[in-house]
Design a protein around this ligand. Sequence first.
Ligand code: PNS
Length: 155
Amino acid sequence: MKTAIYPGTFDPITHGHLDVVRKALLFVDKLIVALPETPAKKQFFSLSKRMQFIRESTKGVEVVSFSGLLADFAKAKKCSLIVKGVRGSADLDYELQMAFQNARMNPGLQTIFIPPSEEYAHISSTLVKELASFGHKETLSSMVPRCVEKALWKS
Ligand code: PNS
């Protein structure tokens, strides 16, 4: 049984992330979406809200939080595969650095990079929050699942 971890802050989950989930499920049997309990940056939505949005918008994935290093969490889960979404070269530069460091801390831990479909490649959680803050609600439905859209309207 092939298991992979898809880590991220998902603040909030977007259609780009969901596309990566769908693509990952084409070649793994089990996908664990994992959110750090103490992310580097302050998040807009609480951890429990972000996890709830993912659970509401996905099927057949496990959604968990983890504390500490991703490399240690993967070891504890006996999982040697990390999935990351990459939209372009800027993402890849940053993601490669993390992949190399994770493999140094947990030898054998592989990271595979999945680009989203082109129609989602411009979407980022940061862009979504910015558009929402300017009240540009019309575009949000094409960027985030309905549960996130509704929560952004209320914010
Ligand atoms: O969605 P993001 O913000 O790009 O996700 C980043 C994340 C959560 C994958 C990364 O910050 C992470 O792995 N955090 C856990 C702590 C850790 O292992 N840091 C060292 C990475 S080399």
